[in-house]
Design a protein around this ligand. Structure first.
Ligand code: GLU
Length: 526
């Protein structure tokens, strides 16, 4: 037997994480306003990842910055995911046994962990007032509160224990800062970006806790919660990548390296033109929403459009967002949520930012309208019809469904069905001028009267039989096919557009068809 190489046990970090831990991911927005569409994509990727691995998806509210709290934001976020069809397994409003899931309700927990860092000499108390900090900034160019400056500041490293205790007892405000050791390479393993290394000297001694509101900052609360909630993977936007080294150091300070979650920082969403970060202004400028639902800003009163109110189907939004920064490895574009769950793969996420091609979003909506059963689209069409003053009791669901089937290929949004289908509900009251000019000549009224006679005689008014008879009559008479059919269409529709003529007449019926032709004869050319 020849040489047999040893079995290679080398596992990638990814495999290790995948095989050894229960997948638990979280979406952790701060309730500071409407949920940006980038946040929706982050949540979607977390959800796909969780479902694919039989894991759990947690909804956590990070509301430790009381200055930025906006009432209604939490409810808005929840409603958005309900509309989009992204369910959570655990969290605010869903329950679970790792709660509470609202950070403002976890003050005591954070206090305990701040104390652990203080006791271990990994953090310290700092009393520097804003004025003192400002003075230092003036004194030292590019001042940073870190190993090189902390011994010049007013903190528990430079004060005696008695003095610190006295100041606290006096009720002086303080913060707790993380004591970052300088000159150390910090490695962040990112499932999308690979290994990111930065030197700890560039980090400042971040504030972890503020006595003023007895609340931790984002960094501390985020790490403590991810640990306590047993989060296995942190999948979030690229804007959080700069915080990751600090987070790694915090995990280490607590001695939690072994259960540190794996990181995956998703690519930025870019302006449609590709230069710079997507902002709400881009949406205003080009006319597309950047929020899932319409948002009424409680402070300014400003109303911002939402995908839901703009007439997007949630399935289309999901599919559109899924492909902003990820692809299935081939050029398949239309994927249901279930397919996405099967195909999603973090290693197919791009590092480069994803252009927010909102026109592609419109295309997806068109495709999903085509895909969705006509009966369902008919239901969505009802409010649009009512808005146009149509009495729905006059029309059966079957009628509406048939109308939808005839025109839905022409629209990108359900509301556009009205423009394409109004003649199924209202006789024309005017006739397109250019079509009249082109198609209505002196002897048209006579031919239309003849046509009325022909139509009257048709017993089965359904599409194919009436078409055969009318076409037969035109041919037999030697009339110009285009002219007669277009005049017929002009009379029934009001202009020379729309679906197959005899599909229209079948639906509106013989009596209505005759009425409309008679009216055109009476009105046009008057
Ligand atoms: N609260 C942060 C946010 O608003 C969470 C960032 C993270 O996922 O770590 O996005």
């Amino acid at each position: 037997m020849g040489y047999k190489p040893p079995v290679c046990f080398k596992k990638t970090l990814f495999n290790l994480i995948m095989t050894e831990r229960k997948v638990r991911v979280r979406f952790a927005p701060s309730p500071t306003g409407a949920l940006h569409i980038g946040g929706v994509r982050t949540a979607l990727y977390n959800y796909l990842f969780a479902r694919q691995h039989g894991g759990e998806f947690i909804f956590r509210i990070e509301d430790t910055d009381s200055n930025r709290f906006v009432p209604g934001a939490e409810e808005y976020i929840l409603e958005s995911f309900k509309w989009l069809g992204i369910p959570f397994d655990e969290g605010v409003s869903f329950g679970g046994n790792h709660g509470p899931y609202r950070q403002s309700e976890r003050r005591d927990i954070y206090k305990k962990y701040v104390q652990i860092l203080l006791d271990a000499d990994k953090a310290y108390i700092a009393f520097d007032t804003p004025e003192e900090l400002e003075a230092k900034r003036k004194e030292i160019a590019n001042f940073q509160y870190d190993a090189s400056t902390r011994m010049q500041m007013r903190n528990s490293l430079t004060m005696s224990k008695e003095e610190v205790d006295k100041w606290i007892a006096e009720g002086r405000q303080y913060v707790v800062r993380f004591k970052i050791e300088p000159n150390e390479d910090v490695h962040v393993h990112d499932l999308i970006r690979g290994e990111v290394v930065i030197n700890s000297s560039i980090l400042d001694d971040k504030v972890l806790y503020k006595s003023a509101d007895e609340l931790p900052t984002y960094h501390l609360a985020n790490i403590v919660d991810d640990h306590l909630m047993e989060v296995s993977h942190v999948i979030r936007g690229e804007e959080w990548l700069p915080s990751a080294p600090l987070h790694v150091l915090l995990y280490r300070a607590f001695g939690w390296e072994d259960t540190m979650p794996a990181f995956a920082h998703l690519p930025l969403l870019l302006k449609p033109e590709g230069n710079g970060k997507l902002s709400k202004r881009d949406g205003d400028r080009l006319g597309f929403p950047v929020f899932p639902l319409e948002w009424h800003d409680p402070k300014t009163g400003e109303v911002s459009s939402g995908y839901r109110e703009s007439g997007y189907l949630p399935e289309a939004v999901i599919n559109f967002l899924a492909l902003l920064g990820w692809n299935p490895g081939n050029d398949q574009e239309l994927m249901s949520m279930d397919e996405l769950v099967k195909l999603f793969d973090l290693s197919h996420c791009s590092k480069a930012g994803a252009k927010f091609d909102y026109k592609k979003g419109i295309w997806f909506n068109h495709e999903y309208i085509l895909q969705k059963p006509d009966e369902e689209i008919a239901q969505l069409f009802k409010p649009v019809l009512e808005g146009q003053g149509i009495d729905l009791s006059q029309y059966s669901d079957a009628y509406l469904t048939r109308v939808v089937s005839l025109v839905k290929g022409r629209v990108n949004f359900v509301k556009e069905l009205w423009e394409q289908a109004r003649f199924f509900f209202q006789a024309p009251t005017s006739y397109a001028e250019k079509d009249v000019k082109k198609r209505w000549s002196e002897d048209t009224p006579r031919i239309m009267s003849e046509l009325m006679e022909v139509l009257r005689g048709i017993e089965d008014f359904s599409s194919k039989p009436s078409e055969d008879i009318v076409i037969g009559w035109i041919t037999e008479k030697g009339y110009h096919m285009g002219n007669v059919m277009n005049a017929f269409r002009l009379a029934v529709v009001g202009e020379c557009k729309g679906p197959h003529m005899f599909d229209i007449t079948e639906l509106i019926g013989k009596e209505e068809t005759l009425k409309r032709i008679q009216r055109a004869i009476d009105e046009i050319g008057k």
